[in-house]
Design a protein around this ligand. Structure first.
Ligand code: AMP
Length: 282
């Protein structure tokens, strides 16, 4: 496995892969790797791509300095995991390598309107501009590739698809299903910050998402019941909304849709989502 830290080496690896007629399978992450990340790597391998995993905790997408400071960093363990998973190259650029002007802002920011307006976008000002800017940069460095993203960050995935298409960045974007613990809790690097007791109470989130997917219901019923289930478990619900699958806008009408949830347990913001079917009568 190659370990690269500069943009030049990273670009060289991707180009070298294409030069020998192989497809690059790009897996962008912020590290503290877990089975969710592994599923993206495995999907790249299954697709016959050469997995290139990036680890970069992008300071520009954190609107909360405490959240950035508390974000787990375990580079040595992550490199071991990548070796074990069959990753071909890991890129771990420093902040100075990616954003030489940081903490001063860059002149260029990528903003994707519409899809980023609500939900994570409303609750975390500047977050999606930071993600869109770093993803655009990661795509520009990597070049033509297939990029793997988790449905765990459903709104992010929709945004990445849109910016890739509208800016003709030329990657194939593949969405992968949410990987969960056997308890149902969606895997997240932030889960390590949950106390055992909060982790238990936080199961209300995945239970509510699973409940909502069982049978067709009205939007209002889904949103109120899910909020009630999580609040009852002691969670602070940031949002629990039924949205369209592609544009991530409030869902109107009936048919297949997505339930997006963000809730805070013990100061840790947790995301989850799942498919729902909306019956007639919003
Ligand atoms: P992160 O390191 O949290 O920025 O995540 C990097 C990528 O892994 C993103 O595309 C996430 O959506 C994806 N991911 C994170 N957690 C999971 C999970 N539990 N299941 C599937 N994909 C995930």
């Amino acid at each position: 496995m190659q370990h690269v830290t500069t943009i030049a080496e990273w670009r060289g690896f991707a180009q070298g892969t294409r030069n020998v007629g192989r497809r690059v399978g790009l897996v962008p992450t912020m590290g503290a790797l877990h089975a969710g990340h592994r599923s993206l790597v495995q999907r790249a391998i299954d697709d016959g791509a050469v997995p290139l995993l990036t680890i970069f905790v992008n300071p520009r997408q954190f609107n909360d300095a405490a959240d950035l400071a508390a974000y787990p960093s375990e580079i040595a363990e992550d490199l071991d995991r990548c070796r074990e998973w069959g990753v071909a190259a890991v890129a771990t650029p420093s902040v100075a390598e990616m954003w030489p002007s940081y903490p001063a802002p860059t002149a260029t920011t990528v903003h994707v309107a519409g899809v980023t307006e609500n939900y994570e976008g409303a609750g975390r000002p500047g977050h999606f501009d930071g993600v869109a800017s770093v993803v655009t940069k990661i795509f520009a460095i990597t070049g033509v590739a297939t990029a793997y993203f988790g449905e765990k960050d459903f709104q992010q995935l929709a945004m990445v698809r849109q910016l890739n298409e509208e800016l003709s960045l030329g990657l194939d974007v593949v969405g992968c299903p949410i990987v969960r613990e056997s308890s149902g809790l969606a895997l997240s690097s932030r889960n390590v910050r949950l106390s055992p007791e909060a982790r238990e109470r936080a199961l209300a989130i995945s239970q509510a998402v699973a409940w909502a997917g069982v049978e067709p219901r009205a939007v209002h019923e889904i949103e109120t019941q899910v909020t009630e289930m999580i609040t009852h478990a002691g969670g602070d619900v940031a949002y629990a909304n039924v949205v369209t699958n592609d544009t991530v806008a409030p869902f109107v009408g009936s048919g297949p849709a997505r339930l997006l949830v963000a809730a805070i347990f013990d100061g840790v913001r947790l995301l989850d989502n799942g498919p729902v079917v909306v019956s007639g009568g919003n």
